[in-house]
Structures are given as structure tokens and as C-alpha cells.
Design a binder for this molecule. Structure first.
Ligand SMILES: NC(=O)c1ccc[n+]([C@@H]2O[C@H](COP(=O)([O-])OP(=O)(O)OC[C@H]3O[C@@H](n4cnc5c(N)ncnc54)[C@H](O)[C@@H]3O)[C@@H](O)[C@H]2O)c1
Length: 268
């Protein structure tokens, strides 16, 4: 039997893409999944897919910008399942534009949706996980939070870097208390993320994190997340090639920045 069988997971943004892929990978391991999404119809559709795999699914409408939505989700899932073991904070949106064009309101929106969403979730679920002394938190950051490859989505890069930092420090606190933390840093994944891109100022070209990184199917990433939870691993790099990039950046930051500038110049 899979070690996760019978556990209960909540996935924010579970109605599409990586959240849906994670829901299905966990369901295949026997995990009951609460699919929480701004789009209630998508949440319910994925909950039905979870049930079709043989686990139990519950679809909920939840806006990660609203703290009381997390509290309502906690009450709903405790009423249905009586427990919570895995919390996956997966929502992230992109604001694009040149640095001088992205207004403060867009920065505030991304800080709320991409970063404070994790804080709200922690306020709701950490007391439960700490009291029971076991559980796992997965925070979805991005390659954009690990190194700079573009300048046309600063609020996205900055909030994702903050999610990486928050997750790493949280792991220091939670591991000795029996709670695992995983930080998922995807490279390109074929999802609906384009639906949530706002553009300020003239249109800008969106650049990928590196040449030759093949977009993965969200189901593949969901399986990577399931494995990281089972093995209690911290960092998930969806594309193994990214490890080399991180080593290069750490060993010579000046040369790395020069290389990134040349790559951008070649793309102009
Ligand atoms: N797709 C990629 O290439 C890629 C790369 C790196 C990181 N990521 C990250 O992966 C995560 C998932 O993105 P995805 O690519 O699967 O996108 P997606 O658009 O396919 O799925 C995101 C889901 O989040 C939901 N959502 C949006 N705003 C919400 C809100 N305020 N409250 C609740 N739900 C909300 C949407 O309805 C959607 O169902 C994001 O954090 C994203 O930044 C994606």
C-alpha cells in the first residue's frame, strides 16, 4: 500500500494545470483531495476526476486573497474528512510589462495572490499540523524565483523568490516538529497559466527560463510532487538541467549575470 493512502490533501488552484496534476497523482496514491479554486466549476470537475481514480474528492470555491475562505475550507474539510495531512499552496499569477510600466496596484495584487496566500494558508492550517505533529506543506514557487532570465515580470519573480525563502526558513522550523516542507520550482509546464497574465503598458515578449527546456505535462509534475512528499524532499526542480544553472550562478554571480545579458541580447 502507498504510504500516503488514506491521507487528506488540500490543493489551492487545484482546478487546472499543476494543481490538477498534483490532485490526480495524489488520488492515484489513495489520497483524498480537497480541490480549492477560484473557479468552482473547475474545482468540482477535478474533484470528480479524483473520485474516478478511486479516492474521495471535494471541490470548493476558494479565493487565496481572502483569509476567511481558508477558514471556511478548513471547516468544510474537517467536517467531511476529520483531518488534514497535506496542504499544497499552488496559486500563482503573472503581471507582465516593463519595470517602469507595472503599476503599484499590480505589485500589490501579486504580493497578495502569490505570497500572502501562503501566509494566509499557514495561519489557517499550521496550528492543526503543529498540534498533530505530522503533515506536509507544498509551496509552488517557480524557476523565476531562483534566478533571473527576464525583466518583464518583476512582481512574479520577486514574489516567487519570496516563496522560496519563506519555504526554506519554514522547513527549518517545521522539520524538527514532524512536518515536511517542499518547495516546487517548475520550469515550463503546459497549463492554462496564460489566462491569468495581465499586461501593463505596450505588449512585451515573455521569455522562457532557458533554451531547450521542454514544457512538461502537469501530470508529470504532479507525480514529482507526490514523490517529494513521500520522500520528504525540500526542493523540486521539474527540469534536472536547472541544477547546473543554479550551481553556475552560485559559483560566479558576475559571470552568470553577464551570460544572462548575452542571452537576452541574442534574443533581441
Ligand atoms: N505553468 C508553468 O510553466 C509554471 C512555471 C513555473 C511556476 N508555475 C506556477 O505553478 C502554479 C500553478 O500554475 P499553473 O501553471 O498550473 O496555472 P493554471 O492557470 O493552469 O492553474 C492555476 C489555477 O489557479 C486558480 N486561481 C487563480 N487565481 C486564484 C485565486 N485567487 N484563488 C484560488 N484559485 C485561483 C485558477 O482558476 C486555475 O485553476 C502557479 O503558482 C504558477 O506560478 C507554473
Amino acid at each position: 500500500m502507498d504510504p500516503l493512502t488514506g491521507r487528506v490533501a488540500l490543493i489551492t488552484g487545484g482546478g487546472s494545470g499543476i494543481g490538477r496534476g498534483t490532485a490526480l497523482a495524489l488520488a492515484a496514491a489513495g489520497v483524498h483531495v480537497v480541490v480549492a479554486d477560484l473557479n468552482a466549476a473547475r474545482a468540482e470537475a477535478v474533484a470528480a476526476e479524483v473520485a474516478a481514480v478511486g479516492a474521495q474528492g471535494l471541490g470548493l470555491r476558494l479565493d487565496v486573497n481572502i483569509a476567511t475562505d481558508f477558514d471556511r475550507a478548513r471547516e468544510a474539510l474537517l467536517a467531511r474528512f476529520g483531518r488534514i495531512d497535506i496542504v499544497t499552496n499552488n496559486v500563482g499569477v503573472i503581471a507582465a510589462g516593463l519595470p517602469e510600466h507595472i503599476p503599484l496596484a499590480e505589485w500589490e495584487r501579486l504580493v497578495s495572490t502569490n505570497l500572502l496566500s501562503v501566509v494566509r494558508s499557514n495561519h489557517t492550517f499550521l496550528p492543526l499540523l503543529l498540534a498533530q505533529g505530522h503533515g506536509h506543506i507544498v509551496n509552488t514557487a517557480s524557476t523565476a524565483g531562483l534566478f533571473a532570465y527576464a525583466y518583464e515580470r518583476l512582481p512574479y519573480s520577486a514574489t516567487k523568490a519570496a516563496v522560496v525563502a519563506l519555504s526554506e526558513a519554514l522547513a527549518l522550523y517545521l522539520r524538527p516538529r514532524g512536518i515536511g516542507v517542499t518547495c516546487l520550482c517548475p520550469g515550463p509546464v503546459a497549463t492554462n497559466i496564460g489566462e491569468f497574465v495581465s499586461v501593463s503598458g505596450p505588449p512585451v515578449r515573455r521569455r522562457p527560463p532557458g533554451r531547450g527546456l521542454v514544457p512538461l505535462a502537469p501530470e508529470v509534475v504532479g507525480e514529482q510532487v507526490r514523490r517529494a512528499i513521500t520522500r520528504n524532499e525540500f526542493l523540486v526542480l521539474t527540469h534536472p538541467e536547472l541544477r547546473e544553472v543554479l550551481v553556475g550562478r552560485a559559483s560566479d554571480p558576475e559571470a552568470f549575470l553577464a551570460g544572462q545579458l548575452s542571452a537576452l541580447a541574442e534574443q533581441e
